[in-house]
Write a protein that binds this ligand. Structure first.
Ligand code: HEM
Length: 539
């Protein structure tokens, strides 16, 4: 009988070929990376790396947060490469603002663009400002930009105030001296959702709303709530998963269909209203959705094609949903973080309280006209955003081979040029920048006073990005935050709920940790609100 295959030898041969191929891939990665080597078996966002937590062999997606204190220090460089061993292209990460500026500051003609793979999941509703590049991006920005104006901000303020009043009545806070928000994020997420629904779509919902649709099925409110709360999940769920028999996936499918039908109808209605000279509501509606439909009706030069605003098959509301995506979780998490930090640092909270009373007093609701007098509240928000940047990475690649200047390693003065091949992903590590002591001395310290004298539009507030693609929703978010925080701090003392014997810093370390996925959010945590005695301390 002829001898059978020696399985051990065969397996060893296959393994050897695999190892050699991976080593060759790794060497190719190092050659192409154009920077210092930093070797890991998996890329942070490679498919295999995602399900695993951050560890020495797998940075995962959370390393920018977990290693924020040590990573760049350990590599003695502000520009570090991740070269994958198993799968995916090399990436370059930077915590240098000087480097970041080189690929964020160019206009629509710049060679630096958002890679297609990094924005694909945002195309669910059609092309939109967040996901397009070059000339098409310029067109979208010109359409969307004007929707962010003083009228929108005053609507944001009014809606935030309405939601706060609705919360205190519906939740019975008017009768309580102590309220537990457990977790804070339940409140801030719902707030952000209600504000963006009203200002984004003109759909103003009550704090508690169980309304069903006409046929008894899911109502538009519920559909939008499901959509908004599953943005991150949908971004990482493959389409086949929706066929699995899970309620959540079924709800997502139903809500998506519901939104397509309802919002499709809304577009037609708004267009009809606009074309009807007799409709008074045509003049009154000021939400972003109406402004976008109006812009597409009115300005033929800037007009989005129908496939961009309303496609034939699906109701494409790319930009309004992009605004919802970009503005909901980010704002909610940052307001929650500010509440947690103000609770922890009671002296800062008291200082802000005095300034609120000085600007607004006790006896009237704050108005949008008070916004500029409430800059101490804005500073508290900017500082929470510095410590917990919701947009924690920004990814770009060059459309052609190019070079960038990077700071010399080991803290040596001066810069040096390195080649960057086309398509190599460059990642601005916003956590790294905002914990970089070159820009923010004593970076772990929660110190809102560092923002004194910084203009609201300043690029020093890096968490909203810099250059032409800076966040158009920044004032939207800040106005909402300032209004809500003003109302909370004026009426209540915020307190952290600590374990027996726990110090403030231990609480912060235990509680104020993050989830990193599409955005960086603060993990759920509770706080206590204690009603204030009415008298204001002297300022
Ligand atoms: C605390 C809240 C927010 C933070 C931290 C934040 C952060 C950012 C960052 C870092 C970017 C740049 C991303 C990149 O270039 O890769 C961005 C872009 C964007 N943001 Fe925000 N954002 C916030 C709130 C909002 C709100 C409330 C809206 C809308 C209502 C919004 C709409 C957008 C849009 C449309 C873009 C894309 C702009 C473009 O590419 O031209 N954001 N945001």
């Amino acid at each position: 009988m002829p001898p059978g295959p020696d399985w051990l030898v065969l397996a060893s041969a296959v393994l050897s070929i695999f190892v050699v191929s991976r080593v060759l891939k790794f060497i190719a990665g190092i050659k192409s990376r154009g920077s210092r080597a930093h070797e890991y078996h998996f890329l942070p966002s490679a498919f295999l790396a995602l399900p695993f937590p951050t560890s020495w062999w797998n940075p995962g997606v959370a390393w920018v947060w977990k290693w924020r204190r040590s990573f760049y220090k350990q590599w003695r460089s502000e520009v570090v490469s991740f070269v994958p061993f198993l799968r995916g292209p090399p990436f370059i990460y930077t915590c240098s603002l000087e480097v970041a500026r080189q690929f964020l500051s160019g206009g629509f003609q710049s060679v630096w663009v958002k890679p297609k793979w990094s924005v694909e999941t945002l195309l669910e509703w059609g092309p939109n400002l967040v996901s397009v590049n070059k000339e098409v991006w310029r067109r979208h920005r010109r359409i969307v930009g004007p929707a962010f104006n003083p009228t929108t901000y005053s609507l944001v303020w009014a809606e935030t105030l309405r939601v706060y009043r609705d919360i205190i009545t519906t939740e019975g806070w008017t009768q309580k001296d102590v309220v537990i928000l457990d977790p804070v994020q339940t409140y801030t997420t719902r707030l952000a959702f209600l504000v963006i629904s009203a200002c984004g779509f003109g759909l103003s919902f009550p704090w508690k709303d169980e309304t069903k649709s006409d046929n008894g099925g899911m109502g538009i409110h519920e559909a939008m709530r499901i959509w908004a709360s599953t943005v991150t999940l949908r971004a990482i769920t493959p389409s086949w998963a929706y066929r699995l028999p899970f309620k959540l996936f079924r709800d997502i499918t139903i809500s998506t269909q519901m939104l397509r039908d309802s919002l499709g109808k809304m577009i037609l209605e708004r267009r009809a209203e606009m074309n009807s000279e007799t409709t008074a509501s045509n003049v009154e509606k000021k939400d972003i959705f109406t402004l976008l439909v109006r812009a597409s009706e009115e300005d033929s030069k800037l007009q989005l094609s129908d496939s961009e605003l309303v496609s034939e098959n699906i109701t494409t509301l790319g930009n309004v949903f992009a605004l919802m995506f970009a503005g909901h979780e980010t704002t909610a998490s940052t307001i929650a973080a500010t509440i947690g930090l103000l609770g922890l640092y009671s002296e800062i909270q008291e200082d802000i309280y005095k300034k609120i009373i000085k600007a607004v007093g006790h006896d009237r609701d704050p108005t949008f006209e008070d916004f500029h007098q409430l800059e101490a509240v804005a500073h508290a928000f900017y500082e929470a955003l510095r410590l917990f940047p919701a947009g924690y990475i920004m990814i770009r690649e060059a459309t052609e081979d190019t070079t960038i200047s990077i700071p010399n390693a080991d803290g040596q003065p001066g810069m040096r040029q390195i080649p960057i091949p086309k398509d190599l992903p460059m990642v601005v590590d916003v956590v790294g920048i905002q914990y970089n002591p070159r820009y923010f001395p004593d970076p772990e310290k929660y110190d809102p006073s560092r923002w004194r004298g910084v203009m609201a539009e300043s690029e020093d507030i890096t968490a909203f990005s810099i250059g032409p693609r800076t966040c158009p929703g920044r004032k939207f978010a800040v106005v909402e935050a300032v209004c809500f925080l003003t109302l909370i701090v004026r009426d209540w003392i915020i307190e952290p709920i600590m374990n027996p014997g726990e110090t403030g810093e231990e609480w912060r370390e235990r509680v104020m940790q993050t989830h990193t996925a599409v955005t960086l959010t603060v993990k759920h945590f509770p706080v206590r609100l204690r009603r204030r005695a009415r008298a204001a301390p002297p300022v």
